[in-house]
Every structure is written in structure tokens, then in C-alpha cells.
Design a protein around this ligand. Structure first.
Ligand code: SF4
Length: 347
């Protein structure tokens, strides 16, 4: 393992705190096809920053879902008190290992909102160590502020979790968690950094297919879980409840494992590095898209009425509440969906 200290960027901090060893893989370029989603995130962050800084209109060619996502963030911003100043896509530095770019800081006379735009559509994100690190790193730039709101805005889920924190509590967090962590990291060789595999920790780690612990965990779980696998699986009726629960316990790990294995193998075939008699690649057609929405809409409007060409969608109750503060309760209902939840046992 190369003896270099990979940067512990705030956006990766939740995983790096749980498994510091994974920082060794941070320099690796991602092979995941999902990196197109990462590019979408980068593009939408830039459009939003351009809008905030200079009111640059969104391009007319922007797909509707992307436009709605950026407009959601703009609407959130409009619901905040008028700022004294702001920082947009601002580089911040917590220490020599941990630095990055904070999306947006909305500065009032003695309070600030540290905001992270999340354009991901995969999982809901809640307040975590990333926002704490950004808030701490931004403090030298907002010395008059006594308290902060850590805020995530995730349009895909209409999800805006926040946490208000005083300056004292934030600095205590630094002393209690981050300072000892970074002291330990700086005084230890990277090959000795603690390694802690778990489904949530390993999920976005770029080093999965090279990590000995991940492979060991996958092998161990596979042996345990698939020991009772019966073929052919005709019906689950003859499975015991306990057998089914064993599978369910580990489903997120295996879902992720097979997805990663698939992507790794696909990359090897596409690059020509591996050849196989058993697998080949195929191109699946995805839903068609307009090459240019403006030209397409003009053509459609010359053939169809406006209401058949454009879909209008109502804003969500959460978005409406930000604009009118309170809504009549009979206008809203809370749909529910029953899902499985693991029972936590007292330790
Ligand atoms: S795969 Fe998991 S255990 Fe291995 S380095 Fe990455 S996060 Fe850590």
C-alpha cells in the first residue's frame, strides 16, 4: 500500500470515520457506471451557483426533472430571511487532511445556514459528519456568528433535514470526535488505519474489489447464508421463517456486492482486458429523450394544444408550507407504505 495520506474530504467523512482504511482508495477513479449521476450532480451544483451569484437563467434545454430540482433549491433559498452576505461554492479547509468546497453559506448577523444541495436520487441523506466538518471549516470566515443551522436540501425526496447547533456545541464536537480522530490518523501509517466493513460503510467505497476485509466478509456471509440454499427454488412455502430471515438480514450487503461485482466485470469486458466465452455485452435501449427540448416543444405546439404538450405539477405540501407557513390540515394526507424493519435487540 502506498504510504501516502489520502485527503479525508468532508463529503466522505461519514465513511472515513467508520473505516479510515478506505481513505487509501480515495485516489482511485470510480469505475461505476453511476458516475454519470455524479456528473449530473456537478452540473446542477454549477447551474444553481450561477443562478445565486448572477441570476443566470437555467438553460432551456435542461431536462424537466433537472430544472425542477434546481428550482426546488431556489424556492428553499427564497424561504430564508434575507442574508447579510453569502458564500457560494466556497473552498474551506479544516486541516491538512480535510478540506473541500461548501455548497452555500447563508449569513445573517449572528447566525448562518450551512447548506448542502443533494441532487442524488438513490438514498435520502440526513445530517451527518459532512455538515459538521463544513460548519467547522467555514467558522474562520464567519467570526461573528454564534449559532448555525446545518441544512440538507434534497429535491428528489422533497427532503430538507436540518439541525441547529450553537458554536459551543460545534467546537465541543470537534474536540471530542474530529481532533482525536485526525491525531490518530496523522500518527499512524496508512496501512495500519482501522478497517471496519459494514454494508453501509462499504456501499460507496471505491476499494471494495481490492479490499481484503470486504472479500472476507462477503465470503463469510455467503457461506453462512447460502449454506441453506436449496435448488431449484420453486416456492418459498417450504422455507422456514428463520431461513428467510437469515437471507433478509443480509440482503442489502448482497445486493450491493452483486451490483459491484457486475460493474467490475462489465468494465473488464468493455475495456477488452478480459475476454469470456460465458458473457458478452449488449446495448439495451433506454427510454427515448428529446435531443433539444426547445425545438421539440415548438414542433409539438404546432401540432397539439399547449395543455397536451406541457405537464404542470403541483408543488408538494412541504414546498407550499415554506411559502405560506401553515396549510389547512384537510388539504393534506400522509400516505404510508408498509416495509420490513429489523427489530433492535438491547445489548
Ligand atoms: S470496502 Fe469496506 S472495509 Fe474495505 S476499505 Fe472500503 S469501507 Fe473499508
Amino acid at each position: 500500500m502506498a504510504a501516502h495520506h489520502a485527503p479525508f474530504s468532508p463529503s466522505k467523512l461519514p465513511r472515513l470515520l467508520a473505516c479510515p482504511f478506505s481513505a487509501n482508495f480515495e485516489h482511485k477513479e470510480s469505475d461505476r457506471p453511476s458516475s454519470t449521476y455524479a456528473q449530473r450532480g456537478i452540473d446542477l451544483h454549477k447551474l444553481l451557483a450561477d443562478y445565486i451569484l448572477s441570476r443566470t437563467p437555467l438553460p432551456s434545454t435542461l431536462p424537466n426533472e433537472d430544472k425542477e430540482a434546481v428550482q426546488y433549491c431556489i424556492q428553499y433559498l427564497n424561504s430564508l430571511p434575507r442574508p447579510a452576505s453569502s458564500l457560494v461554492e466556497y473552498p474551506v479547509h479544516l486541516n491538512d487532511l480535510c478540506y473541500g468546497t461548501v455548497d452555500y453559506v447563508h449569513i445573517l448577523p449572528d447566525h448562518a445556514y450551512v447548506i448542502d444541495w443533494k441532487f442524488g436520487i438513490g438514498i435520502k441523506v440526513n445530517i451527518n459528519e459532512q455538515l459538521f466538518a463544513y460548519a467547522l471549516a467555514v467558522l474562520p470566515h464567519i467570526p461573528h456568528v454564534r449559532s448555525l443551522t446545518l441544512q440538507i436540501v434534497q429535491p428528489a425526496f422533497d427532503h430538507c433535514p436540518s439541525q441547529r447547533i450553537t458554536l459551543t456545541d460545534l467546537l465541543q464536537y470537534k474536540q471530542r470526535v474530529l481532533d482525536p480522530f485526525f491525531r490518530r490518523i496523522q500518527s499512524t501509517d496508512p496501512s495500519e488505519w482501522p478497517i471496519n466493513p459494514s454494508p453501509s460503510t462499504c456501499r460507496f467505497c471505491k476499494g471494495k474489489m481490492e479490499c481484503p476485509s470486504y472479500k472476507k466478509t462477503a465470503d463469510k456471509l455467503a457461506k453462512k447464508v447460502f449454506a441453506q440454499f436449496r435448488q431449484p427454488v420453486i416456492s418459498f412455502d417450504n422455507w422456514t421463517q428463520e431461513e428467510i430471515e437469515t437471507y433478509l438480514d443480509h440482503r442489502s450487503f448482497f445486493n450491493e456486492f452483486f451490483k459491484e461485482l457486475h460493474n467490475f466485470y462489465l468494465t473488464k469486458l468493455i475495456s477488452g482486458e478480459w475476454k469470456s466465452e460465458h458473457y458478452t455485452t449488449t446495448t439495451r435501449r433506454l427510454p427515448r429523450k428529446w435531443t433539444d427540448e426547445t425545438t421539440a416543444s415548438k414542433w409539438l405546439l404546432s401540432h397539439l394544444s399547449e395543455d397536451r404538450v406541457w405537464k404542470r405539477t403541483l408543488i408538494s405540501p412541504t414546498q407550499a408550507e415554506r411559502l405560506v407557513k401553515s396549510l389547512p390540515s384537510d388539504l393534506i394526507y400522509q400516505p404510508t407504505k408498509i416495509a420490513l424493519k429489523k427489530v433492535k435487540k438491547d445489548s
